[in-house]
Ligand binder design. Structure first.
Ligand SMILES: CSC[C@@H](O)[C@@H](O)C(=O)COP(=O)(O)O
Ligand SMILES: [Zn+2]
Length: 212
């Protein structure tokens, strides 16, 4: 199997798994995987497609400017610039973006704090952090309608080969050294978001606020 085909298959399998979790509501979400370093080329999902479907037009190869390498009728994801920033600044091999109800609610609840932190959760080990009582945090940024402005702000929070940023009332972008790591981190973040929302709602049921 060619290197290109291997990368396509890898990304396609991740896309299928995220689709099985129902994380691609209303054509939202995009994915990319690095194919080469020099020149920088990566496969990115085609814009506006139903990412739950598997077709030969799911991805296209783009260059270090985010433009299609070969002439095609397909449009790279509207958020290709964010993926590009990840590959430009790190050695990451894969970047995943999904809109879920949980990540949107968390981003709205904690958006004014600019981040959300989690401590003492076993799943934090999925981020490769093994210390007792470890703490992780994810930045929450504004959702600029202008993609270059969004990519600009997003870029300020890219500081390693694996990482994640929440975009307020939009979604999460997670990257990792490879597709396995990016997906693992994405699942861990979504677990934490879901945990937090459940905890808040149960607490509210157990200790209802009494208003007089
Ligand atoms: C209906 S999703 C809105 C889009 O603007 C975007 O946020 C998204 O995630 C999908 O865009 P796409 O261009 O298909 O990659
Ligand atoms: Zn999006």
């Amino acid at each position: 199997m060619s290197h290109f085909l291997k990368k396509w298959t890898e990304l396609s399998e991740v896309k299928e798994e995220l689709a099985s979790r129902d994380w691609f509501f209303g054509t939202s979400g995009n994915l990319s995987i690095k194919v080469s370093n020099t020149p920088l080329q990566f496969l990115v999902s085609s814009s506006g497609k139903d990412k739950r479907k598997i077709t030969s037009e799911d991805f296209l190869l783009v260059d270090e400017l985010g433009n299609a390498v070969e002439s095609t009728g397909l449009k790279p994801s509207a958020e290709t610039l964010l993926h590009l920033e990840v590959y430009r600044k790190t050695n990451a091999g894969c970047s995943l973006h999904v809109h879920t109800v949980d990540n949107n609610v968390i981003s709205e609840l904690y958006g004014d704090y600019g981040e959300i932190r989690f401590r003492g959760q076993e799943i934090i080990k999925a981020f490769g952090i093994w210390e007792e009582d470890a703490e992780v945090s994810i930045p929450i940024i504004r959702n600029h309608a202008d993609i270059p402005a969004l990519a600009d702000e997003f870029s300020q929070y890219i500081d390693g080969d694996a990482g994640a940023v929440l975009i307020r009332n939009h979604g999460i972008t997670v990257w990792g050294r490879n597709a396995f790591e990016a997906k693992k981190h994405l699942e861990a973040w979504e677990f934490l978001f879901s945990y937090q929302l459940k905890l808040l709602s149960v607490k509210n049921l157990v200790q209802p606020k009494i208003s007089i």
